[in-house]
Each structure stands twice: as structure tokens, then as C-alpha cells.
Design a binder for this molecule. Structure first.
Ligand SMILES: [Zn+2]
Ligand SMILES: [Zn+2]
Length: 170
């Protein structure tokens, strides 16, 4: 889970300024603060995580503004949004190709940047009118911290059986 290097950061800020210039978008303090907050993190924060850290610097900023800015950065290609079943959208400062390890227990998302196979057998979906442009692999499992906190057996037993939902009679 490596941080962006100093060079990468410099490039990302240059890209940020360039994208704003090209589209004639104002570079506001809010937009800078949101971008900086994502760049400094390696844990794939949610929009609420970003809101919490930006708010420390700009107490007046609204949650909606942070959401809107993040969505805009994604559409400008400045950030990536990654979604996993059962979790909220998470934001990623790394826009180059990489895959993720997703912990099903605590939701931690870790980058893995191993060499990709040169050819991946893609499913034949053209008959559905779909054109594949990209793919990402999410390896799901349990992270080191969760495995240490509860070894597999104990973990299985610890899980509560699903309780039938209590009905409120009307
Ligand atoms: Zn975990
Ligand atoms: Zn990532």
C-alpha cells in the first residue's frame, strides 16, 4: 500500500491544474483541499472520510460540496472511483492500472501492482452489444489484521446466525 512518490504527486498536481485550465474551471480552495485529501491517503477513502478530513481545514464546507467535487474529479479523470459489493464508493488517487485486495471483514482495500498477464481471456460479449474497455481484479479475502484478530475457526463460530427480522404489528 504505497503512497504516491513526490514526483507522482507533482505530476498529479500538474494534471489537476491542466484539467481545470482546459475546462475553465476555477481552482477554489475547496477543490484544492479535496484533491489534497485524496492524494495523501492510501486507504481508498469514502466520500465521508474525505469530508471528515477536509472539514478540519475548511469547517464551512458542506458534505454535498465534497461529494460533488469528488464526482467531478472522477469525470475529469483526476481520481478513480472503486466500488465493491456491499461497500460504499471509495476513491483512489492512483489512476494507473492496478488491482485490489478487498478485506470482506473490515473493508480495507489494498493496492497490488504485480505484473499483469500480457493476455487475459476476455469473455465474448460483443453479441450483447458491449465493448470491453478495461477490467479490474478484486481479490476478496481477509486482511492480516483481521486474520490475527480472529483466526478462521473462531471467526466462523463468532458469526451470529441470521436472526429473523422482528415484525412490528400494525
Ligand atoms: Zn480486514
Ligand atoms: Zn487502488
Amino acid at each position: 500500500m504505497s503512497r504516491l512518490t513526490k514526483e507522482e504527486r507533482k505530476d498529479r498536481w500538474a494534471q489537476f491544474e491542466q484539467a481545470h485550465r482546459v475546462r475553465k474551471l476555477p481552482i477554489t480552495r475547496q477543490r484544492r483541499a479535496v484533491f489534497a485529501a485524496v492524494l495523501e491517503r492510501t486507504d481508498h477513502p469514502s466520500a465521508d472520510d474525505i469530508y471528515d478530513s477536509v472539514r478540519r481545514e475548511l469547517p464551512g464546507i458542506s458534505r454535498m460540496t465534497v461529494y460533488r467535487i469528488l464526482a467531478n474529479f472522477v469525470s475529469l479523470g483526476l481520481l478513480c472511483k472503486t466500488c465493491h459489493p456491499g461497500s460504499v464508493a471509495r476513491f483512489d488517487p492512483k489512476i494507473h492500472h492496478h488491482d485490489h485486495l478487498v478485506c470482506v471483514e473490515c473493508g480495507a482495500i489494498t493496492d497490488i501492482e504485480t505484473e499483469r498477464p500480457a493476455r487475459v481471456p476476455l469473455p465474448e460479449v460483443r453479441r450483447l452489444g458491449f465493448e470491453i474497455e478495461d477490467y479490474q481484479i478484486h481479490f476478496r479475502g481477509r486482511c492480516a489484521a483481521c486474520r490475527q484478530a480472529a483466526p478462521k475457526q473462531a471467526h466462523r463460530q463468532r458469526r451470529k446466525p441470521i436472526q429473523p427480522q422482528r415484525r412490528i404489528r400494525s
